[in-house]
Design a protein around this ligand. Sequence first.
Ligand SMILES: Nc1ncnc2c1ncn2[C@@H]1O[C@H](COP(=O)(O)OP(=O)(O)OP(=O)(O)O)[C@@H](O)[C@H]1O
Ligand SMILES: [Mg+2]
Length: 203
Amino acid sequence: MKTQDGRLYVISGASRSGKTAWTRKATARAKRIFSWDPEAQWCDVAGFHKITTRKMLLAYMAKPGPQKIAYVAGGDLKAEFDFFCGCAMYAGRYVEGLEVIAEELADVSTPSKAPGNWGILVRRGLKRGITIRAISQRWSEADKTAVGNATDFVFFRMSSGDDVRYLSRKTKIEEIEINALVPLQYVHMDALNGNISRGKLKF
Ligand SMILES: Nc1ncnc2c1ncn2[C@@H]1O[C@H](COP(=O)(O)OP(=O)(O)OP(=O)(O)O)[C@@H](O)[C@H]1O
Ligand SMILES: [Mg+2]
């Protein structure tokens, strides 16, 4: 069966290195976005609706057409993230194509395989046309499933040697190149064809 495949971006870098800014630019033209927004940043971006309850999330989940939402959850973050991922999978699979942004995965996943609905999203979402931007400062502490399924790796300056070694091993990007990155500078590998591109964010 022919499907319109989505992509899974694994985005890594230290605090203030450029991950969120890069993702903002990369998704600027997207019409339908579900964002997991633990730091309440995406909810302030023009065009995004701030969602704070499961009830609101369920209502948006069923809505077709253009919409950008930022889920700013309280309480048990792991449980809320699982719920968010279930809603995103439904919205992307049964309603209409979707971009999903997941900020700081080390807080809601573990270094083993991806938990629950996040695991389903990263294993099955791409085939359903869902594009995922998975962001973390600490990929050696976030789940292996996202890294294993990534179609793209976007690396900014990293502060942890463990992350540099781990992600270099998973890609064709040398440790020495990652270690030389300065803030806002990135290296991007398309894992489907092995192409590597480089750039620096400008505002
Ligand atoms: N629109 C903008 N104009 C100017 N500077 C910006 C803009 N957006 C981000 N920056 C700057 O770019 C740098 C990177 O910010 P960004 O939010 O992308 O970091 P990050 O990697 O997501 O960090 P964290 O892990 O803490 O979320 C920061 O110094 C920030 O102040
Ligand atoms: Mg950020």
